[in-house]
Design a protein around this ligand. Structure first.
Ligand code: G3P
Length: 218
């Protein structure tokens, strides 16, 4: 399973990259705004910077919601760097655009996915990645992981090549469960990635090892 970090924060991207386990980055307009990145030029420059930092896929989201606008924006984003993946919303014109991008060899990430029906449409259109939003489904008191599991089953028996990119990950357990039910990728905040490290028995055991080692040095 690939690990992407879900942020536009350069310090967090660097920290995850330095861990040596980072396969890519996803962003969205809200994450850009959170970093104070506004305006086309600033956004484009930020994507270029991220692509220079990480040798892996970088999802760059279109703002347009009409077919022509999505195509124009997506082609411009894809031309920035070989690792750019054009992130397209799960709407009617988005599906048409994903089909077009697929025919042109431009890779896509279909975002804002909340149902298996949407997942089937995106796969049929040739999306490279599909982003179901686990955390936001859980927030509604539904089961986000059940959706990932259902999509993984459908993609497997239908032979769809679209990769399931579990998004809206909120905690380490989301990462573990995504791996268990067959997600190809997780995109996570840095806190969820670092949370995988934590176990009190590791801390207790290490403290004991170091204490015992110190006895021999006295
Ligand atoms: O990749 C989509 C993700 O950024 C959404 O996460 O936490 O805003 O639901 P969240």
């Amino acid at each position: 399973m690939k690990f992407f970090i879900d942020t536009a924060n350069l310090a967090q991207i660097k920290e995850a990259h330095d861990l040596g386990i980072l396969d890519g980055v996803t962003t969205n307009p809200s994450l850009m705004a959170k970093e104070g990145i506004f305006g086309e030029e600033a956004v484009i420059n930020h994507y270029k910077t991220i692509c220079e930092m990480v040798d892996g896929d970088v999802s760059a989201e279109v703002i347009s919601t009409d077919y022509e606008g999505i195509i124009a924006e997506g082609e411009k984003l894809a031309a920035l760097h070989k690792n750019i993946v054009v992130k397209v919303p799960m709407i009617k014109d988005g599906i048409k655009a994903i089909k077009y991008f697929s025919s042109k060899g431009i890779r896509t990430n279909c975002t804002l996915v909340f149902s298996s029906g949407q997942a089937i449409l995106a796969a049929k259109a040739g999306a490279t990645y599909l982003s179901p939003f686990i955390g936001r489904i859980d927030d509604m008191n539904w089961d986000g992981m059940e959706l990932i599991s259902q999509i993984a089953h459908i993609y497997s028996i239908q032979g769809y090549e679209t990769q399931i990119l579990a998004a809206s990950i909120r905690n380490p357990l989301h990462i573990v469960k995504s791996a268990e039910v067959g997600a190809h990728v997780v995109t996570c905040p840095l806190s969820a990635i670092l949370g995988l490290l934590k176990h009190p028995l590791t801390d207790i055991g290490l403290a004991q090892f170091l204490a015992d080692h110190a006895k021999g040095n006295k």
